[in-house]
Design a protein around this ligand. Structure first.
Ligand code: NAP
Length: 294
């Protein structure tokens, strides 16, 4: 597709996700003017070197001024302040969207600042890697992945469709759901697996020195896959757990109960219980591969 999707897009935060979005826009909507915003000079210098934006600005308010679409793509802890700063500069009819991994907290932090003439379309492209920063982005990141939009009931349908079309043009499957439902689903599919990975790698690093070196040497036996997930950005993940507290705690409780049941089965030598569970979980893996989400 090479039609112009939006006249001007402001990306507040230009790391893995923001820069991937910039690259995808460059590729599929070359006429769109892209303004990138970040706090640090080195981030903006990298953006200029990569040629993924037409202009850069340290100030979110100036970056957002006059944009048809503003996408917030910073860690969640920056959202409330950004909302407050950009609100007076948003033009009538503009769309305010984001890419944050938790949605109720985004609505809590941004919606109070959204002017009446601005359309609010929170979103979450469920695509990522363990890398951060503008150098790590790539346009193909979004292909064949899901994008979840969680517009509040008062948002009109046209802006939701416009944002959805943009993500679809990058190869995403777009679905709309409530922010509450999004947060529960992602607590299970993303937040719990990251918490487990952080715990396992943390446990390994707490082991005595001698054992630790062997953990690294023999990591291909399973540990390695957890280290990749546990290498994800610490600030981003701190913010996700603090902002999706209830849903995460609920799912951790269920997980703990299931883990205790497994512990008991091992203790009492209940091989049939273990085998039955492992057979069921293997089928889940097959269905993920069939759904092209492997
Ligand atoms: P990232 O690579 O660390 O990039 C964050 C960007 O935000 C950087 O450009 C950073 O630059 C900028 N930034 C931070 N605070 C800012 C502020 N106060 N004002 C302006 N810019 C600021 O992070 P990411 O992985 O792209 O994640 C961004 C968002 O996407 C998060 O909310 C995350 O939940 C969501 N998300 C992430 C993934 C993933 O797998 N990574 C997937 C889906 C959604 P400076 O440090 O120079 O300011």
């Amino acid at each position: 597709m090479s039609e112009k999707m939006f006249g001007r897009v402001a990306l507040i935060g230009i790391g893995l996700i923001g820069s991937s979005l910039a690259r995808a826009l460059r590729r599929d909507s070359p006429e769109t003017e892209i303004i990138a915003c970040a706090r640090r000079g080195e981030t903006l210098a990298a953006v200029q070197r990569l040629g993924i934006a037409d202009a850069t600005n340290h100030d979110p308010a100036q970056a957002a001024a006059g944009a048809d679409l503003v996408v917030v793509a910073t860690p969640l802890s920056a959202y409330a302040e950004i909302g407050e700063r950009i609100a007076p500069m948003l033009k009538d009819g503009a769309i305010l969207s984001d890419v944050g991994s938790v949605k109720q907290a985004v609505i809590r932090d941004l919606q109070p600042h959204v002017p009446r003439e601005v359309h609010f379309v929170p979103g979450h492209p469920v695509a990522g890697t363990e890398h951060s920063g503008p150098e790590s982005g790539f346009a193909e990141l979004f292909r064949d992945r899901w994008c979840i939009l969680t517009p509040p009931p008062e948002t009109a349908s046209e802006p939701v469709t416009a944002v959805g079309r943009m993500w679809e043009s990058f190869g995403m499957h777009v679905v709309t759901m409530s922010a509450d439902h999004h947060d529960k689903v992602l607590a299970m599919t993303s937040h719990l697996p990251h918490l487990i990975a952080y715990t396992i790698v943390g446990t390994a690093t707490n082991l005595e020195e001698s054992l630790k070196s062997e953990v690294i040497e023999f990591s291909a036996s399973g540990f390695r896959d957890f280290t990749r997930i546990a290498a994800s950005d610490p600030v981003m993940w701190r913010d996700i757990f603090l902002n999706n507290r209830e849903a995460v705690l609920e799912i951790v409780q269920r997980f703990t109960e299931d883990l205790t049941a497994l512990q008991r089965a091992i203790r009492w030598g209940e091989g049939d219980k273990l085998q039955e569970l492992f057979t069921r979980t293997r089928a889940i893996r097959r269905s993920i591969i069939e759904a092209k989400q492997a």
